[in-house]
Design a protein around this ligand. Sequence first.
Ligand SMILES: [Fe+2]
Length: 193
Amino acid sequence: MATAESTSAPACTHAPKPGCDAATATAKFPKLAPLIAYLGSLKGRADLSVLSNLLAGLNLTLDDLKPALCFGNCSYKRNTIAESPHFELLALCWRSGHCTPIHNHVGSSCAFRVVHGAPTEIRFKMTPSGLACPIQTTQMEAGFVCSAEDDDIHQVANLEPPGTDAVTLHIYSPPPAHWKTFNGPVSDGPDRT
Ligand SMILES: [Fe+2]
């Protein structure tokens, strides 16, 4: 269970980071050129099914994302490939035990493809108690495309043993500005069950 109390993610400034414009990204990631061209043409929020289909149609290996493969020590690492006010394209790198907060996707279409490893998605639903309850767990293989939008609540984690990394390619459209994260339950101490 997770508490329904939440905090809004900080608003994104949407200012492209250096080296994350479409032309530079296309040169660094040629396999992603058609995807970057589509995303760069967006004037508003992308349709989730379109994003999912684009990701499903990619022929992508880990090597194709090499310039974006940077891992964090304590948490999963978000590596921006390209962005605009209407989208973010990122490679997320996960060591064993790394996980996102439980979060929704208010105002955005979000889809990602597993490029390497076998990360797990945990889906939640809100209950009348105000707690979010896990309802489905899916371990994803390379090539799997996961999608979520608006009130969809989930958490993504690399539950594989130490030494087993995961890499995922994510699209957010628009970049998250109104998503909420959900805190875990609070206990007073040793009498918890
Ligand atoms: Fe998500």
